[in-house]
Design a protein. Structure first.
Length: 204
């Protein structure tokens, strides 16, 4: 199993999940538009040039964050990263993964961190941010996790909230989310994943 990643991009969530589940994986750092160590363009694995991208044990090239995270959750021991299949809690996890991917990652943070997004696109993203962060804050008020226990959805949310300062999102305006992020960063799998990627980010 091989994970292609960019330090502190959304692929951090997959590294956290792999650490949490104590799975074996090879990690390959890539750059947008760059080549893989074997000389192929990164788009040979990820046609959109996005991370995370994974080559599975069976040789499948798998992309899109929710799909990669669900794959890792299914490799882990039952209950470690996801509720059991076919349960209501499992579908709630899928709901949160899709919410985070579409409503927060792509709709809000992608334009705010883009070097090519127009001022209008950034202003629109800022308008969208409040409702989405309000919803998350209300849901996490008094809760440790998005579901009843830690899941890949929490790993994804933590990875997104790590971008707040860089994106100009004042997370302190949502003290519930700031507190949740602070606690989550102390989780051993999160702390290990961030410690591994921080020097790589600083060197990039």
């Amino acid at each position: 199993m091989k994970l292609y990643f960019i330090p502190f991009a959304c692929s951090l969530a997959t590294r956290i999940a792999i650490e949490e589940a104590e799975l074996d994986a090879e990690f390959v750092q890539v750059s947008p538009g760059g080549q893989l160590p074997d000389g192929r363009p990164f788009t040979a694995v990820s046609p959109m040039g996005y991370v995370p991208a994974m080559e599975t044990r069976g040789g499948l090239a798998l992309t899109e964050g929710p799909a990669v995270l669900t794959y890792i959750a299914d490799l882990a021991a039952e209950g470690v990263l996801a509720p059991a299949p076919y349960t209501e809690e499992r579908y709630q996890m899928i709901r949160w993964l899709n919410f985070l991917s579409t409503e927060l990652h792509k709709a809000v943070f992608a334009p705010l961190m883009s070097r090519t997004a127009t001022d209008g696109a950034k202003a629109w993203a800022r308008e969208l941010a409040a409702k989405r962060l309000d919803l998350l804050s209300a849901h996490l008020d008094g809760a440790d996790y998005l579901l009843g226990s830690f899941s890949v959805a929490d790993a994804y949310l933590l990875s997104i909230l790590n971008w707040c300062e860089h994106a100009g999102v004042a997370i302190a305006e949502w003290p519930v989310l700031l507190g949740w992020r602070t606690r989550m960063r102390r989780r051993p799998s999160v702390a290990q994943a961030m410690a591994t990627e921080m020097p790589l980010r600083q060197a990039a």
